[in-house]
Design a protein around this ligand. Sequence first.
Ligand SMILES: *[C@@H]1O[C@H](CO)[C@@H](O)[C@H](O)[C@H]1NC(C)=O
Ligand SMILES: *[C@@H]1O[C@H](CO)[C@@H](O)[C@H](O)[C@H]1NC(C)=O
Ligand SMILES: *[C@@H]1O[C@H](CO)[C@@H](O)[C@H](O)[C@H]1NC(C)=O
Length: 200
Amino acid sequence: MRAFITAIFTVFCVVLSANAHSPGVDESTIPTLAHRTQETCGDNADLVPLFEIDSPSLTSHIYTTSNVNVSKYIIGDTASFLGVAALIFPFSEPSTVPLFALRGTGTPSAYFYTTNATERDEVLAQGWQNWTTAGYIYPSQICGSVPLYRLHYIAANTNYIYTTSTTTRDDAILNQGFTYEGIAGYVMQLSSFLTGAVCS
Ligand SMILES: *[C@@H]1O[C@H](CO)[C@@H](O)[C@H](O)[C@H]1NC(C)=O
Ligand SMILES: *[C@@H]1O[C@H](CO)[C@@H](O)[C@H](O)[C@H]1NC(C)=O
Ligand SMILES: *[C@@H]1O[C@H](CO)[C@@H](O)[C@H](O)[C@H]1NC(C)=O
C-alpha cells in the first residue's frame, strides 16, 4: 500500500508540476501548504488508507487501516465496503496524536474513535473496551490536512460516522438523525494528492 500511495504522489505531483498552470485546474479550491517543514509535518509517503465499512448487523460504521479486518467484517458479517474515509499515519509522526478506537460491549456493538484521552477514559468507564489505535492524525489543521467530522446516532444502537465530506455530514444530520459532535481531528485526503494540492 505504501508503494501504491508513493506512486500516486510521484505521478500526480510530477504531472502537476509540469502543468502548473494548466487550464481546468481551479487553483482557488486548492488548499495552500503554508509553513510546511520537516519538523512539523508527518511524512506523506507513510500515509495509509483508513477504510470505512458499514456493518448492518452491528448497525455500526467501522474504520480501520487493516485490510485483514476489512475482509473479516465483509466476509464474516456481510458488512458493506464504503471506501477510503481518509489517509492517516499508521504510526506516530511529527505533530500527530493517536486516534483511539473503542468497541462497545452492548448488543449490537459499536465503534467509537477519539483523540481525546479524557473522553476515551470516560467511555471506558461506561463499559466500552479498547479496540486498537486506529492510526495517527493531526490535532489541528496543518500540513494540508482537512477536518474529520464526527457524527453520532444517539440511540440504543449507537452509531458513529467519521467523514471529511460536508455533503455526507449534512445528509447524516438532516436525513438520518445523526447529531454533529465536532471535529475528531485533521486527516489527509486522497483527493488532495490527486489534484496536486499536496505533494509528498
Ligand atoms: C484488527 O482487529 C484486531 C482484532 O479485533 C485488532 O487487535 C487489531 O488492532 C486491528 N488492526 C487494526 C490495524 O485496526
Ligand atoms: C476532552 O474530553 C473531555 C471529556 O469529554 C472534555 O471535557 C474536553 O473538553 C475534551 N478536550 C478537548 C480538547 O476537546
Ligand atoms: C485502554 O488503553 C489505555 C491506553 O493504552 C490504557 O491506559 C487503559 O488502561 C486501557 N483500559 C482498559 C480498560 O483496557
